[in-house]
Design a protein. Structure first.
Lengths: 827, 318
């Protein structure tokens, strides 16, 4: 042994420093050179490299070293991939469930066989640490395939009412390149869809490697395809007429763009978008563990995590202590090459992302915030950004409101748990949150209060295939993972896939008040309703229909009324109804929000009772309402009775569901309890169809309210009267004020203002293809959940179409609460 | 060695302690995946670990001869040729201390003198080790006798019955009395018997009480409980040490003991100290590992580092 070694060992013995602990890149490099460091698309089971494509050289963010060339795809590449996927769908979707399960299982097995190679490729290409790709990303890839192999196996029984949608276009970001891809691919394939995946520009290698592995594992050609290209290439994929579903994870602005691009086409869409997730530390927390949780929350993957806990909220009596401990903890951070096994953080994915982070922090500093960054070594080359803690900021600060997507934590104090909840929810986002407290009632109540798709109690950033992940509000809709994740890739069996193309002017659509049926007199004959008591003919007491919100009948703001005619004769005006405008929408939404917290807190039993009571009171008026339906629609009285009777039955059906769809325990890998709670979506705007004026109305508001939503509902344009009669049923059934608000008038005009309302959480629209497009397009603004019919009627009398799980899916959103357990480790 | 004068028992502080077991388990598990040392770093770290070992024999069949063997190994823990190859032949690498029953202290004193290691501290377990289920007076007496025989460090056990019943005041008083029996020159290591305490919250509280009472070291276990020195327990104790240091300015040492057998384990414990407390706590004056067979594995690893070959057990002196 040389003398140099002696002095080296002596030096290390004395200073006890860490040394390099490199993971070898040799095998990864061999795989790349197997492909001559140049990769094409992977389509239909083979590498496809069209002529004359521009290339993109992917580099290691740790060093800037070039890794391989990839191609920038063009429209014909999308066409090829989608047509192969469409062809493959014919056979793949028809395979027995068990056969698909075997395929998914084989992929899981093969991922494990090549675990290390995938982990190294991912770390090299993304800049994240090999420890994370090895211990988190890739194990989760395999776990997802195992879990969804199970759903494939069980699909005939567990998803009996559903069928695959067709070709799925999956567009994923660069932060967990392969892991997030499989979150889309697994449920899609399990349900019988085929997939065309577009990985992010910076991180294409793992998806391509994975495609090769899937092919070798025997996945039939065309079932899973990977194409590479830039952002507009992704839009081409999303817009391809044969893509039936777009599954996206990425930034909120891009998600909004995709929502607008696909609006009205009939494509399904799920969006998993950004976040500014709170980490709430109560004074009842184990503070040291909370500090470590903060590290997991916001410095995991260099903070480039959509669920990053980037807003630290600390109870004011322990604020200084916690901040001090976080600073101390950060001094122990190690930053370095992604293939070093002993680092806490690697490089930021790109120069641009690095600049964004730096700009945010510089801006905070310039505006008087205190910026702490530990004095630790940072490699000179590569995009390394130190872990950062910003204090002395307020809710108005830009760094507190906007997603930074880097290792930057902002901290604010709060006084009480209630204030913590309010601060936690004071954001456009709603992806995730964590709560730190050893006090169960506090932690649970906060977990319920926080508007987020995932709430971790005394932990942060735990993931598993058995629990869905996804957002509230502008963090998107749809879930990746769990059984709830399956619904993003299926459609009801009775429904036909159709593609729609309508042109609308979103600026003018529904904008003019008083269009359609003009709210003026003189459009029909004089009233002919009379009574003849004791032979004296006298007119009926005038009956006035008003709009209904906040539990009371109100005159419409505009004080205009529109005539409603009998079916047999356009001269017979059955009644005038209020013609609602945007101010009525404003008032009704306000009333709904006022009612929502109380309605949500009622026992489910109580909500059920109220709905059953509605059935009771509706039946008392069975004859009268059936007659009125018949008069309005021209249906036979017999059919009208059927509609009333089925409406009563449906109230029973939904009353039954009031206390039977609250959620379930998710069988994740956590030692403890992961609970999926199906929470209400919030305030739901509903535009009812013209067909079945009573049944359509009942079939839509009832599932919404039994699942604790409050609704602003627009009855049928043509036949609003049965719905307006219903407000007397509400009033006699103990329905709290504001839970159901009924606005009559022009459907599209009212829908416009409901959809544009930033405080309406979802919009269900049953009307024209144009209106459907408008609703989807306009909902992009606050990433509302939508449910539209693209102008297609459904048979509300049919149980498959008029009730069932589809309604529950739209009436709820899943929140997964992770609760690790245990205090006793011995004895 | 650091000296901890202790402080008044602060029950508000003790009662406020709370430790989340799942979170601690998670940190303990991931800490080992976040830090590793390779090659020269691993060799140097292992040598440092050697200097922190309390080389221990605590058996019913201990006699003068195996205590002698232990003491000679304590003075020559790694084969001289291996040390020479690493340029550390002249560094005077010895273990941190030897640790024996009080009845064997005399043997240890003589053996170390013979082996040329008189400077190596002799730790005696006392106070009715391992269960502590003997009258308190005899426990104090055992301390004085061990010191009289030449022990320079005393490893006591706390009364787990008092801890489990939450009588922290009494636990405090007992340790304080032991501290008084040790005086200022003999270091007091307090074994919490963590495997008997049930919860990490209890471990944290016991750590605080032991430090307030003046323990110079807190030690995980006797090696005889069902659960010994595990990483979550260690993490909990070093966090208590950190908090005590921040509040009082006194540095208290940490000694995991029981179940630490592999070279890899010893690097993990060193990394724990480095991450949670800092480099100062990676030296024998503030860190000891109580172990008997660990040294053999470290020597094997160093053999491999120097020669590139895996050693046979018989090639290294037992």
């Amino acid at each position: 042994m040389a003398g140099n070694l002696g002095s080296e060992i002596r030096r290390i013995f004395e200073n006890m420093e860490y040394g390099p602990a490199p993971e070898s890149a040799d095998i990864a490099k061999k795989w790349l050179s197997q492909h001559k460091d140049s990769l094409g698309h992977f389509i239909n089971g083979e590498w496809v490299k069209p002529e004359n494509r521009k290339t993109y050289t992917t580099c290691s963010p740790a060093t800037g070293e070039a890794l391989a060339d990839t191609i920038q795809g063009e429209e014909e590449d999308v066409n090829l991939a989608v047509s192969c996927a469409k062809t493959a769908f014919q056979s793949w979707s028809q395979l027995p469930a068990h056969t698909r399960a075997r395929h998914l299982y084989a992929v899981a097995r093969n991922v494990q066989k090549h675990h290390r190679l995938i982990a190294v490729i991912e770390a090299l290409d993304n800049g994240k640490s090999i420890r994370e790709t090895r211990d988190c990303d890739i194990p989760l890839v395999a776990r997802h395939f195992y879990h969804y192999a199970g759903w494939a196996q069980l699909s005939d029984t567990e998803m009996r009412e559903w069928k695959p949608v067709g070709v799925v276009g999956a567009i994923v970001p660069w932060n967990f390149p392969l892991m997030l891809s499989t979150w889309k691919v697994c449920p899609a394939l399990a349900m019988g869809n085929t997939v065309v995946l577009k990985p992010a520009t910076f991180t294409r290698l793992s998806a391509l490697l994975f495609a090769e592995i899937c092919h070798e594992a025997g996945l039939p050609p065309g079932v899973f395809n990977v194409v590479t290209g830039n952002g507009s290439f992704g839009s081409k994929l999303a817009l391809h007429p044969d893509v039936d579903k777009v599954a996206f994870t990425g930034s909120t602005p891009v998600g909004q763009t995709l929502r607008r691009l696909t609006a009205g086409t009939g494509k399904k869409l799920s969006l998993e978008l950004g976040g500014k997730s709170p980490v709430i530390v109560m004074d009842t927390a184990d503070i040291d563990s909370a500090v470590e949780g903060i590290v997991d929350a916001v410095y995991f993957n260099q903070g480039q995590v959509c669920s990053a806990g980037s807003r630290l909220l600390v109870q004011e009596n322990i604020f200084d202590d916690v901040i001090q401990r976080v600073k101390e903890r950060l001094k122990h951070f190690r930053i370095g090459h992604s293939l070093d096994k002993a680092i806490d953080m690697g490089a930021i994915v790109s120069q641009a992302q690095y600049n964004t982070i730096k700009e945010y922090v510089d801006d905070a500093r310039a505006t008087g915030a205190d910026v702490f960054q530990p004095d630790i070594p940072v490699p000179a080359k590569g995009f390394y950004y130190p872990p950062t803690l910003i204090t002395n900021v307020q809710t108005v600060s830009r760094v507190v409101r906007e997603e930074i997507f880097g290792p930057v934590l902002v901290a604010l104090p709060f006084r009480t748990a209630k204030e913590a909840g309010n601060l936690g929810n004071n954001t456009n986002y709603g992806l995730a949150a964590s709560v730190w407290s050893e006090n169960l009632p506090t932690a649970l109540e906060l977990a319920i209060t926080l508007k987020a798709g995932t709430v971790w109690v005394n932990c942060h950033n735990l993931f598993d295939a058995a629990a869905g992940f996804g957002g509230y509000r502008e963090s998107g809709f749809g879930r990746d993972g769990g059984k709830e994740g399956l619904y993003e890739y299926v459609m009801p069996k009775w429904e036909q896939t159709t593609r729609h193309h309508v042109d609308i002017d979103v600026k003018t659509f529904g904008a003019s008040f008083g269009s359609g049926t003009t709210p003026t007199p003189g459009q029909g004959g004089p009233s002919k309703s009379h009574l003849c008591p004791n032979g004296i003919q006298q007119p009926l007491v005038d009956h006035t229909y008003k709009v209904y919100y906040g539990g009371a009948q109100k005159r419409p703001d505009g004080c205009y009324s529109r005539p409603i005619y009998a079916a047999h004769d356009k001269q017979t005006i059955v009644a005038y109804v209020g013609d609602s405008n945007r101010k009525d929408v404003r008032n009704a939404v306000e009333a709904a929000h006022k009612a929502a917290p109380g309605w949500g807190k009622r026992a489910a039993h109580n909500r059920a009772q109220i709905v059953y009571y509605m059935a009771e009171n509706l039946e008392l008026r069975r004859q009268e309402i059936a007659q009125r339906i018949s008069l309005l629609t021209g249906q036979t009285l017999e059919n009208s009775f059927k509609e009333v009777d089925l409406s009563i039955q449906r109230l029973f059906y939904w009353g039954a569901y009031a206390d039977k769809y609250g959620g379930n325990v998710q069988e994740t890998t956590l030692y403890g309890c992961t609970v999926c709670i199906r929470e209400p979506v919030g305030v739901v705007g509903i535009a009812c169809p013209d067909e079945f004026p009573l049944l359509g109305f009942v079939s839509l508001f009832a599932p919404a309210i039994v699942r604790a939503n409050c609704v602003v509902i627009i009855p049928s344009d043509k036949y609003p009267i049965p719905a307006l009669d219903f407000y007397q049923v509400f009033d006699t059934s103990d329905l709290p004020a504001g839970v159901v608000n009924v606005l009559s008038g022009n459907k599209d005009h009212i829908s416009k203002y409901l959809t544009e309302h930033q405080n309406v959480d979802a919009m269900w629209y049953f009307g024209s293809a144009e209106g459907s497009k408008f609703v989807e397009f306009t909902s992009a603004e606050n990433v509302k959940r939508t449910w539209v019919n693209y102008g297609k009627e459904r048979d509300w009398m049919d149980h498959d179409q008029g009730q069932g799980e589809e309604f529950l899916y739209h009436a709820t959103q899943c929140k997964n609460i992770w609760m690790p357990m245990g205090t006793t480790f011995s004895n | 060695m650091a000296y901890n004068p202790g402080m008044e028992l602060d029950m508000g502080w003790v009662n406020g302690a709370v430790v989340d077991l799942p979170a601690v388990n998670r940190r303990a598990a991931t800490l080992l995946t976040k830090r590793t040392v390779k090659k020269s770093w691993q060799a140097a770290w292992l040598l440092r670990a050697v200097t922190c070992i309390d080389l221990t024999t605590l058996s019913g069949d201990d006699t003068v001869t195996n205590v002698q063997r232990l003491c000679f190994k304590a003075c020559n823990p790694i084969r001289q040729d291996l040390l020479d190859a690493m340029g550390m032949g002249d560094y005077g690498i010895t273990v941190g201390a030897v640790c024996v029953y009080s009845a064997r202290v005399k043997d240890a004193v003589q053996s170390l003198k013979q082996a040329g290691g008189a400077a190596i501290p002799i730790a005696s377990v006392a106070t009715g080790f391992p269960a502590g289920q003997v009258p308190f007076e005899t426990r104090l007496k055992e301390i004085s006798m061990a010191i009289g025989l030449g022990a320079t460090e005393i490893d006591i056990v706390i009364s787990r019955d008092l801890a489990l019943s939450g009588d922290w005041g009494k636990v405090y008083e007992e340790i304080k009395a032991c501290k008084a029996a040790c005086g200022e020159n003999v270091h007091l290591k307090t074994i919490l018997g963590t495997g008997d305490l049930g919860t990490l919250t209890n471990v944290y509280k016991a750590s605080l009480v032991a430090m307030m009472a003046g323990s110079d070291f807190i030690k995980t276990s006797t090696g005889k409980e069902g659960v010994n020195a595990t990483m979550p327990v260690g993490l909990t104790m070093v966090r208590a040490i950190r908090e005590y240091f921040h509040k009082t300015g006194f540095k208290v040492g940490f000694k995991p003991a029981g179940g630490i057998r592999t070279a890899k384990d010893s690097c993990a414990w060193l990394a724990l100290m480095k991450e949670e407390l800092g480099d100062e706590w990676m030296r024998a004056d503030l860190f000891r590992i109580g172990a008997s067979s660990l040294l053999t594995d470290i020597e094997r690893q160093l053999y491999h580092f120097v020669t590139g070959r895996y050693a046979a057990a018989h090639q290294l002196p037992m």
